[in-house]
Design a protein around this ligand. Structure first.
Ligand code: 5GP
Length: 127
């Protein structure tokens, strides 16, 4: 089944300028802004401007220009936050939740960049 993009999701509204965000950086195809409910001292969301629902949707259907722009934006967010381990930063975690099992709240692709503290285990243990 093909993805159906909900043009009324909250990140679509942010991209249209209908609701504000605390922007960190913007490029031709991507936007990065601080999460409204941060779960770590650094918590930035990086989104493509195109109508992609999940990481796999973007990976399989976005243009090469969109993909290059998005990856570069993620790298520049890490740089702006000073978390790059290769540059003396303390590290970070990049997460993209997808669908029901991934517990995705907003149906527009976003990569969370989290850092500023030791982030603990990647996943909770299953009950
Ligand atoms: P998900 O669970 O879909 O991976 O993450 C969605 C993220 O979007 C959550 O961390 C949530 O705090 C964030 N979020 C939801 N609504 C808004 C909003 O209006 N502005 C910002 N900046 N972040 C939001």
């Amino acid at each position: 089944m093909a993805y159906a993009y909900d043009t009324n999701n909250i990140f679509a509204k942010i991209l249209r300028g209908e609701i504000p965000c605390n922007k960190l950086l913007e490029t031709e195809h991507s936007l990065a802004f601080h999460d409204i409910r941060p779960q770590a001292p650094h918590h930035v969301l990086v989104i493509p401007k195109g109508p992609y629902v999940t990481f796999d949707h973007f990976a399989l259907e976005a243009s090469d220009a969109e993909k290059a722009d998005f990856l570069t934006a993620i790298g520049n967010v890490c740089k702006a936050l000073g978390v790059q381990p290769g540059e003396g930063g303390a590290g970070y975690r990049a997460i993209s939740n997808a669908g029901n099992d991934g517990v995705q709240e907003v149906p527009h692709l976003h990569v969370h960049i989290l850092g500023g503290r030791v982030l603990g285990r990647m996943l909770e243990r299953a009950e």
